[in-house]
Ligand binder design. Sequence first.
Ligand SMILES: [Zn+2]
Length: 181
Amino acid sequence: MGFLYRKVFLKNKNMNKKILTDTFQFVSYPKPIKPPKLSKYQRLMTKKGRKHKKSLPSISSLKKKANLLFSNFIRSRDKYTCVLCKFKGDKTTIDNGHLIKRSSKLFLFSELNCHALCKKCNYKDWKDGTYHDVYVAWFIKNYGAFPYADMVERKDSIKQLKRLDYLEIIDKYDQKSWTIR
Ligand SMILES: [Zn+2]
């Protein structure tokens, strides 16, 4: 019921609804849209939050948290099993492997670029170029040659990640890790 109708109705208690509907047109109000609830980190980035500069988390702590959440997500997505040698491990023996190396900021937190690797395979991939080719071959077999070529081409298009980028990653994977477990 619109506000206009209610106000008139209260003033003229003897009038019936019929007359009122003839005289007044009901106005329906769209429900006010509530702003989306901000996460703890997003709140800190608002104007009000910025006043409390001391409570703003440091970039390095955000980096650490984003890395941990994302790594947990990737490793549990791949069921703590190395995609290359099929070794099944746990949090201590399985790494979050990057096909395009960590120096590429664009694909640092890419679900396509990251897979569970055991410590051995991750180390070999890093040190031994021929073993890296095994990883590339595995990727192309599973995802196709185009995504790989595309990632290689765009890998250096971002110089660095900003505070907000890390905040977005944290928010995204904080929720995701809840649904996966
Ligand atoms: Zn392995």
